[in-house]
Ligand binder design. Structure first.
Ligand code: ZN
Length: 276
């Protein structure tokens, strides 16, 4: 850390404004990764903002469809879903779907948004998760799958933005003059991970998540009800929570939680009494 008393030093803000910012690669990743948790926190009166990194135009199977029309349709679906969850704001960064890379431009876009909303918690893809695959020796009939490169890129962009740039007054200095001051994120929740250590009980918002997913018509068609599939998946996650941590839940979302900043409690700041 730099010298806080140096001439012209800028203080790093630690007081959050929003409770949570969910950052997904494509329209629908925020839903799948943290839709139930977002809806739960919104119900508790907490402010949640969603960010979508790419324009989502590769998420279809008709090569002749117009890119701009498709992008706008997916953004509209994502806005409608976010409204159902009670998410307060949605930001679309429109980087090209399928080609997302961790570079100055993408990191700066995330630094800008984190400094603008000052979320206590940032939820995003686990960048270390490259492959999801069961052991073929024990589960010979099951297939594995590869995590989308945009998902891994998103995780890397967000983590590299959070440290060091979001909290560093000397990173992307032009943002300071726009009032976007350095800020410290308190916690990270990583989704799409096999290293989960935290389970959120989403039983009471499961129906809402099903309604939200239904908005993504370009992805699942107009008549597909995702509720049964969602119910099955989140019950499996709850079972994992029971096995790993002894937690009792019907439906859960799983995260790898990392604490980055613990604010001092008033007791920590009180002057220590000296006994004579
Ligand atoms: Zn995705």
């Amino acid at each position: 850390m730099g010298d806080r008393n140096a001439p012209g030093a800028v203080q790093v803000i630690t007081e959050p404004d929003y409770e949570a910012m969910v950052i997904g690669a494509h329209p629908d990743d925020d839903d799948f990764g943290a839709g139930g948790t977002s809806a739960l926190w919104a119900k508790q009166g907490k402010k949640v903002v969603w960010v979508v990194m790419t324009d989502g135009v590769e998420g279809g199977e008709a090569p002749d469809m117009d890119d701009v029309d498709f992008m706008l349709a997916r953004e509209q679906e994502q806005r409608a879903a976010a409204e159902i969850y009670g998410v307060k704001a949605v930001e679309f960064l429109r980087f090209p779907d399928g080609h997302l890379t961790n570079n100055d431009e993408t990191r700066k876009a995330i630094v800008r948004l984190i400094r603008k909303y000052r979320p206590r918690v940032v939820l995003t893809h686990d960048p270390s998760q490259h492959i999801f695959a069961p052991d073929p020796n024990t589960e010979p009939e099951a297939t594995g799958h590869l995590n989308h490169p945009d998902h891994r890129a998103t995780g890397n962009i967000v983590l590299d933005a959070i440290f060091p740039a979001v909290g560093n007054p000397r990173s992307f200095r032009e943002l300071l003059s726009q009032g976007l001051l350095p800020y410290r994120v308190h916690e990270l929740y990583l989704f799409y991970t096999s290293l989960a250590n935290t389970y959120v009980d989403v039983t009471e918002t499961l129906e809402i998540k099903g309604q939200g997913l239904k908005c993504h018509v370009t992805q699942f068609g107009p008549n597909v009800d995702m509720t049964a599939n969602l119910r099955e998946r989140s019950a499996k996650t709850a079972k994992e929570a029971k096995e790993k941590l002894g937690l009792e839940m019907q439906h859960a979302e799983a995260f790898r939680r990392i604490k980055l900043h613990i604010p001092p409690t008033p007791a920590d700041e009180a002057p220590t009494e000296v006994e004579e």
